[in-house]
Design a binder for this molecule. Structure first.
Ligand code: NCD
Length: 330
């Protein structure tokens, strides 16, 4: 079932009507950022604010006690996997972590549909990261419990985009009227694909900064322009640094290259360092979904405009909000 339809019938049977909150997310899959409107985003952001207060004051709560999350990762992850896990644990739920599918029946040749149909026998919700575009939708088509897409190849990474948008809103106090520069691997970076779609709900201008072989997919550029946004594609970050309110830096996605020699040629194309930061506005922020592999120098970490560590902490609050919303408890 897609994320846009009615709650999954099976999931509806799981929660007792009396103790669930109908918030538009209950029982839904989270597959793409296209499922979100400005209203839905502001609802999730409000709940995330409450989750932060909860964590700062009490550390944890029992909102999701008795609920089980299956964390199914076919690709490496540090932040996404552990922040989903921390989010579930801090809300009183439990987690089945499958971080290394080599040790599961996947290595015996089990298909994705069979693996998710197995896990939903034990869990109330499944978080899935998989190397193929469209895999989260396939999982959702087979599963009757909610699926959350934690990255489907070069496709989407909706929960990352939610935490990115939440970070921009918190750091700069607004989303409308901003100039957002995305830098690095715009071809294979799923985080920038999802974030671009989400930002196009706001009055934002885009700078897409990449080497020629790593440009943003043309259909995405065409889409934001068709929605009335200014979107400029440039190669030199110096052309945009003074104008940007947000500098969203990405890693060159080595694992997506067929030709490693080509990766070697572009891997150090951009290095954000204090010298470049001197050209930026005082009010701008530098973001990165992380991990970084050299594209932001460590000397930038001291700069108050470096928002990437705050950004990753926000990820846990956003994922707490989403889990509570999808499980009908927000
Ligand atoms: C990103 C991803 O997996 O797409 N990481 C993350 O989830 N924070 C970015 C990356 O791997 O470069």
């Amino acid at each position: 079932m897609t994320g846009n339809g009615a709650p999954k019938p099976h999931a509806l049977r799981v929660a007792r009507p009396a103790d669930r909150v109908d918030n538009g997310f209950y029982g839904q899959d989270i597959i793409s950022v296209r499922q979100f409107s400005r209203e839905k985003l502001s609802y999730i952001f409000d709940v995330a604010d409450e989750m932060e207060t909860l964590v700062r004051r009490f550390g944890s709560a029992d909102l999701l006690s008795g609920k089980v999350l299956a964390n199914l990762f076919y690709e490496p992850s540090t932040r996404t996997a552990s922040s989903f896990m921390a989010a579930m644990l801090r809300l009183g739920g439990s987690v089945i972590p499958i971080n290394e599918v080599r040790y599961s029946s996947v290595s015996k040749g089990e298909s994705l549909p069979d693996t998710v149909r197995t896990l939903e026998c034990y869990a109330d919700i499944i978080v899935l990261r998989h190397p193929e575009v469209g895999s989260a939708q396939i999982a959702a088509d087979y599963a009757s419990k909610p699926i959350i897409n934690a990255g489907d190849g070069v496709g989407e990474h909706p929960t990352q985009a939610l935490l990115d948008l939440y970070t921009i809103q918190r750091e700069l106090g607004r989303l409308d009227g901003l100039k957002v520069a995305m830098v690095g691997d715009l071809k294979y970076g799923r985080t920038v694909h999802s974030l671009t779609k989400l930002l196009s709900l706001y009055n934002v201008d885009f700078y897409f900064v990449s080497p020629d072989i790593l440009k943003m997919p043309p259909e995405l550029v065409a889409d934001v322009r068709a929605r009335g946004h200014r979107a400029e594609e440039v190669e030199d970050v110096h052309e945009v640094i003074a104008d940007a309110d947000v500098l969203y830096v990405t890693r060159v996605q080595k694992e997506r290259f067929h030709d490693l020699a080509q990766y070697e040629r572009v891997k150090d194309y951009y290095i954000i360092d204090p010298e470049l930061m001197r050209l930026a506005k005082r009010e701008m922020i530098v973001m990165h979904p992380l991990p970084r592999v050299g594209e932001i120098s460590y000397a930038v970490d001291q700069d108050p405009r470096a928002a990437y560590f705050r950004q990753m902490e926000n990820g846990m609050f956003i994922r707490m909000a989403l889990l509570a919303a999808v499980l009908g408890k927000a």
